[in-house]
Design a protein around this ligand. Structure first.
Ligand code: FES
Ligand code: FES
Length: 173
């Protein structure tokens, strides 16, 4: 334990215990109060599918599903996920069977470099859970929080449009 300039012993920062279901597995973790969900996933749990693009809630590359709703993991503190059910891109497939949204992205060639793709797919599954988008224009509008530097937007829209009915039938994630 180190001492501060006044001679008092510095107190270690308190970690907070949280429980969550992560990709179907129950987890118990101790997290610092300022740790974001994105840093928890990538740096402590080695789930690096969720990407850190801007780290400011502006690109959507970090999108994951919390209780079925899409959230920016870079703007979500890990302590806010106590009791939550989380799904990342690593948890969407069912064994070797890809999620319908993943299959549609492959079929429609809806990526180039792939950096935005995990966030796009998680966001699209969240969109299916919302049940709000019914045509290409609505998909475009409601996916506008997910940026693609490669400009694969038209293929992304086509993939989502095709997969939405199957996602709704299967109950999304
Ligand atoms: S990294 Fe989270 S929105 Fe860009
Ligand atoms: S595929 Fe490259 S950023 Fe979207």
């Amino acid at each position: 334990m180190s001492a501060n300039p006044n001679g008092a012993a510095a107190q270690p920062f308190a970690r907070h215990p949280i429980r969550m279901t992560l990709n179907g597995q129950p987890r118990q973790l101790d997290v610092l109060p300022w740790t974001t969900l994105l840093d928890l996933l990538r740096e402590q749990l080695d789930l690096v599918g969720s990407k850190k693009g801007c780290d400011h809630g502006q690109c959507g590359a970090c999108t994951v599903l919390r209780d079925g709703k899409r959230v920016n993991a870079c703007l979500t503190l890990a302590v806010m996920c106590d009791g939550a059910e989380l799904t990342t891109i690593e948890g969407l497939a069912d064994g070797d069977q890809l999620h319908p949204m993943q299959q549609a992205f492959i079929k429609h060639d809806a990526f180039q470099c792939g950096y935005c793709t995990p966030g796009q797919i998680c966001s699209a599954v969240g969109l299916a859970n919302e049940g709000r988008a019914h045509d290409g224009a609505q998909i475009q509008e409601l996916m506008s929080g997910n940026l693609c530097r490669c400009g694969a937007y038209s293929n992304i829209r086509d993939a989502i449009e095709e997969a939405l009915p199957a996602c709704r039938r299967s109950g999304g994630e």
